[in-house]
Design a protein around this ligand. Structure first.
Ligand code: GTP
Ligand code: MG
Length: 398
């Protein structure tokens, strides 16, 4: 009877997660329209400024475009300088952005901030006053110079959000949890939202949570098809001839992207292949997988437990470049990518820039704190589902 009750409680939790998502995370057409108005408003000012090469565009990336945002997410924008403008260096970019910041202030933008113009990727921050129906709201924007890989990883995340609604719900709840627990602030040496989403994608693409998670230690890993297909591992010919769940490629097709951000920066190549056509088949796969798999509450609890107790942080890297059921070791990365200075705690390999540790900003003491937060979140679910207290809303988790 206790087991049946805990199953009911987990269904309650799943329903509460879905309700919270529908109430607070769905981005309405109005919000989409507002963001597009802000983007094009900024692009107009850029186009009018003689400081940028002709054809410079403003593109949206980050959570406003990756499917894992909410109506209140800030707007991450980047200036896309045309490839033909080969003599436009980073220095030109910084000086053009300094002039642009003045234009923004003249145009009525609020709190235009150029402090981060000296960063690896130069950024101007501003608040864009958007007026509608007599009301004015300030839209928080970060405008960066040339950020091609961020646009590409946004497209990768967006494709995951399109093929798997469950992943959107889980990512929203986890991001919300991390913000409420104050462990989602890279400026304070905790993990970025992007980092949490990569941890979730790693977990979903490589594991099968066990329904009896409360009593049974250890997930059944590698035995069943994963909850989420790894888009960087889907065989491109699979959609024409789908047999079985999906076909994994062992050697990735090369779709090399040459990063020559600015002539003054070193050139390097990254493999940016991911499966992005014939998505209907993958959508259907995930509908079926979701029906036959564990409920959202179980997946969330297992995610927390996995990163609280099971993942071997010392030895392993959170990496999407792994075959189902296999993991990448820090030691191997040290040989392959020269990662000799990795920390003993959390390391997250960027899906395209394998040499880049998305968790590099996280201080060791904060890593221990984050791990404790995973344990606390898990124990809240475990005690609520094994005791007699049900989940009334998704907020109970926080
Ligand atoms: P919220 O603003 O919290 O809703 O989330 P977000 O998805 O916008 O996350 P975040 O502000 O962490 O990052 C914005 C975007 O910048 C991400 O979607 C990535 O495209 C990119 N990004 C952030 N951090 C990194 C990083 O460490 N490496 C790379 N390559 N890209 C990053
Ligand atoms: Mg953002």
């Amino acid at each position: 009877a206790g087991r049946a009750k805990s199953k009911d409680m987990l269904m309650d939790l799943s329903n509460a997660m879905k309700a919270l998502y529908m109430d607070e995370y769905r981005v309405s057409d109005d919000v989409h329209a507002r963001r597009e108005a802000v983007r094009s408003g900024i692009e107009e000012i850029v186009t009018a400024s003689a400081a940028f090469p002709e054809g410079t565009r403003v593109a949206v990336f980050g959570s406003s475009a990756n499917g894992f945002g909410s109506p209140s997410s800030d707007l991450d924008l980047c200036l896309q300088i045309p490839q033909s403008a080969t003599d436009f260096t980073k220095e030109h970019g910084v000086s053009a952005m300094t002039q642009l910041a003045e234009k923004f202030t003249e145009a009525g933008m609020v709190d235009v901030d150029t402090v981060r113009l000296t960063a690896r990727i130069p950024i101007v921050k501003l608040n864009f006053p958007y007026d509608k129906d007599g009301k004015s709201i300030l839209v928080e924007c970060d405008l960066s110079l040339q950020n091609p890989l961020a646009c590409l990883n946004t497209a990768l995340l967006n494709t995951y959000s399109k093929i798997s609604p469950d992943t959107c719900i889980l990512a929203s709840i986890i991001k919300r949890w991390a913000k409420m627990r104050d462990i989602n602030n890279p400026a304070m040496h905790t993990l970025s939202s992007y980092g949490y989403v990569l941890m979730l994608l790693f977990y979903l693409t490589s594991s099968e949570p066990n329904d009896g998670f409360v009593v049974d230690p250890g997930n059944v890993r590698g035995k069943n098809p994963p909850l989420l297909v790894n888009l960087q591992r889907v065989d491109p010919s699979w959609a024409q001839n789908p047999v079985g769940p999906y076909r994994e490629i062992l050697a990735k097709p090369h779709n090399q992207y040459c990063i020559h951000q600015h002539p003054t920066e070193p050139i390097y190549m990254v493999n940016t292949y991911f499966y992005r056509s014939g998505l209907e088949i993958l959508e259907q796969y995930h509908v079926n997988r979701s029906k036959g798999g564990p409920c959202l509450g179980v997946v969330l609890a297992s995610f927390f437990r996995y990163f609280a107790y099971e993942f071997d942080y010392k030895k392993l890297v959170v990496s999407l470049d792994t075959k189902h059921g296999e993991f990448k070791e820090k030691e191997t990365k040290a040989e392959e990518d020269g990662w000799s200075l990795y920390k003993p705690g959390l390391a997250i390999e960027d899906p395209f820039e394998h040499f880049y540790d998305v968790a590099h900003v996280v201080k060791t003491s904060n890593f221990h704190h984050i791990q404790q937060e995973f344990a606390l979140a898990y124990s809240k679910i475990a005690s609520a589902t094994s005791g007699d207290r049900g989940f009334v809303t998704g907020r109970d988790l926080i």
